[in-house]
Design a protein around this ligand. Sequence first.
Ligand code: FA5
Length: 346
Amino acid sequence: MENLDKLKKEALQLIEKAKSLPSLKELEVKFLGRKGQLTTLLRDLKNLPENKRKRAGQDLNILKTELENTFSKKEKTLEKTDMEANLSKEFFDTTYPGAERQTGAIHILSQTQKEVEDIFSQMGFMIVDGPEIESEYYNFEGLNIPADHPARDMQDTFFIEGKPDRKQGRLVLRTHTSPNQVRAMEKYGAPLRMIVPGRVFRNEATDARHEHTFHQVEGMLIDKEISIATLKGIMKEFLSRLFGKEVEVRFRPGYFPFVEPGMELDFSCLLCNGKGCRVCKKTGWVEFMGAGMTHEHVLRAGGVDPKKYQGWAFGFGLERLVMMRYGINDIRYFQGGDLRFINQFK
Ligand code: FA5
């Protein structure tokens, strides 16, 4: 027991004094290692008379645990001091410019689509989605464009191979968002107030204003006593809110088989404030979208009674809107993948 007390005292003192991790490790080997002092005592227990062996064993084990705990506490303290010492040795220039992190961003078309959705939702329109692969029926027939109608040539498209369905016809990549007029009336009935933003496809020779894949926003309002005046008011309000300044709109006659009468809507050129410039071809107006009062045939296809309800619909190109807003002179930049273009809109 006396030896044990001495050993304990010595060990605790040495641990306390240890100044570095290697010297602490040496001490640990000295006392608790395979040939260490405490281990040797434990091994020699068997030489003690039986009546003393149990007590001595207990005492030795208590001391072993105590030393182990003290070693690990001291180890932690030394580690911390080491780290602090290293840090104070390092020179850290807080004025050095940081490394720029490359971050992703939302595409300008998606950003604008979100703004369009927000403005229309504030005016009570719901946001509807529809399939990009459409049936010939919804893309054409339901919209009063039968197979032999010359208006089909206005929107040449890509057909999907496969057997045509007896009622729905073949599958096509939708040429416009208008198929959702009939789809939404079938699903939600009348009255109805909705917009459908989405990607559309055309078999088109591309140029600065035409893409084969672009985005449209369809709009439809069906209710009682609805007239073109409501459409004019809503579009004027929408454009003024989007551009943050008063925008004038005007109608011109236009032909689409699914509206009667049909028209196109122009808005006053925002680049020259209607004075006439290169972009608006000196007219002061920019062509914006197709629209009109919904044709009876389309209302009926959607299960809505034309004697009870009227409505209007419109469809505009999202790319053309963004081009006007930011003065972009070629539509092909949107899908070109050039980061110098994309990153301007972060
Ligand atoms: C239509 O697609 C009709 N569905 C619009 C409509 C809806 C009329 C509801 C009546 C009622 P149009 O083919 O004109 O119409 O296209 C509408 C808009 O899409 C155009 O004004 C233009 O902004 C945009 N657009 C058309 N073709 C292209 C193209 N190849 N590339 C980029 N934008 C295009």
